[in-house]
Design a binder for this molecule. Structure first.
Ligand SMILES: [Zn+2]
Length: 144
């Protein structure tokens, strides 16, 4: 498989579901170890072409978040956007599932949901948005 074919395959479905856990597809540079999510063809760090595909851990930690109060009409507001750190040393922005205010440092897991959109482009496919939800043990780490 060429690097272009691999990158195309990764772009079609950005996640895998294993044992009920959602894992994001990412790319790791075999030269310098940099990780990118979503994956890319060329490493920004060293210029190496052909990143290897990896699956991120199904859980991460909230680095920070923002609350969106105004958006275009197809989005229900307010909603929270979270930057989530993964053990693989990569940070990914994902919307939070539900209305509860996130806390920095909370453990979260990736889930499939409907996302904050009110208008779903392809509703027949069901939940399709990658989101974060609190893990059962996540509460408390960010409590003050
Ligand atoms: Zn590299």
């Amino acid at each position: 498989m060429t690097s272009m074919e691999a990158a195309t395959a990764m772009m079609k479905r950005p996640y895998e579901v294993e044992g009920g856990l959602v894992r994001l597809r990412a790319g790791r540079c075999p030269e310098c170890g940099a990780v990118y999510c979503p994956a890319r063809l060329v490493c920004d760090g060293c210029g190496h072409r052909g990143l290897e595909e990896i699956l991120l851990a199904p859980r991460g930690t909230i680095y920070t978040f923002t609350t969106v109060h105004q958006s275009t009409p197809e989005f229900r507001t307010p909603y929270h956007l979270c930057y989530v750190d993964f053990d693989e040393q990569v940070r990914v922005m994902l919307p939070a599932a539900g209305d509860e205010r996130p806390r920095i440092g909370e453990a979260v897991e990736i889930v499939l949901g409907t996302g904050p959109r009110l208008v779903d482009a392809e509703p027949e496919e069901g939940p399709h948005a990658l989101m974060v939800a609190w893990t059962a043990t996540g509460k408390g780490e960010g409590d003050v």
